[in-house]
Each structure stands twice: as structure tokens, then as C-alpha cells.
Design a protein around this ligand. Structure first.
Ligand SMILES: [Zn+2]
Length: 129
């Protein structure tokens, strides 16, 4: 399960909370020190979207696709996971979820509908979807 970093607005401590994606979607995480639910995600929006843009640019470059079958979500997912590990940075829970679901054979359209952050205004990773 992914680890989420928060700063507690009540006791000002940093807390790391491990939870599943469904818990993240539906639940309200609680501070492990004071049980407050006034938690703020520690990853800055700006930083995330900037790295996502460059990531998407790289993904949109057909030269990077190599042997990927872009009509096969599993193939695309495998490629994106490989690229993520090559870039050596934390791609964030949304990226990991998207890759996991691609590898499970889910269509990118339905994944993007569930994770609005991922698609955004970035160029389509695979024309034709
Ligand atoms: Zn607290």
C-alpha cells in the first residue's frame, strides 16, 4: 500500500499514513498523534504537476515507445512502469495507480475518468484512444 505524507494542522507534526487507494478516496486520514483529521498532503501541487508535464512529454514522444503496443493497456502499463523506474523519481500514487490498472488491462479512458489529475491538459500519451 502506498504511503501518504501529511502535516497535521492541529499538532503541526508530520505524519506518514499507509492506506489503500480506496481508503484514500473515501476515508479521512487521521493524525496518529492527536487523532485530528485536519491533515494536509505534503506534496506540493506545483511540484507534482510540473514533473507530470515533463513525464507526459517524454511519454508522448513516439521515439520512447520502442516495442510498446499502444493498443494494449498492459503493454503501455509495463512501459510506463519501466520509464518511471528509469526516471528514478517518485511518480506519485496517481501514476502508480494508473500503471497498475493499465497492467491489469483496464482501458486508459476509464482510468482517466477515475483519476482526473492524470489526464489534464497534457498531450495524449497514445493517439487513438
Ligand atoms: Zn496531530
Amino acid at each position: 500500500m502506498p504511503l501518504y505524507e501529511y502535516r497535521c494542522q492541529s499538532c503541526q507534526r508530520q505524519v506518514s499514513i499507509r492506506m489503500s487507494y480506496s481508503e484514500y478516496d473515501s476515508g479521512r486520514p487521521k493524525c496518529s498523534h492527536c487523532q485530528s483529521d485536519r491533515l494536509q498532503r505534503l506534496i506540493s501541487r506545483v511540484r507534482v504537476s510540473r514533473s507530470k508535464d515533463s513525464r507526459m512529454e517524454a511519454l508522448a514522444d513516439p521515439a520512447n515507445f520502442g516495442d510498446v503496443d499502444e493498443n494494449d493497456p498492459r503493454s503501455v502499463g509495463k512501459f510506463m512502469r519501466r520509464m518511471g523506474s528509469e526516471m528514478g523519481e517518485d511518480m506519485g500514487p496517481e501514476f502508480n495507480e494508473m500503471v497498475g490498472r493499465l497492467e491489469a488491462g483496464e482501458s486508459p479512458d476509464s482510468i482517466e475518468a477515475d483519476i482526473p489529475d492524470i489526464g489534464g491538459s497534457a498531450p495524449a500519451t497514445a493517439p487513438g484512444y
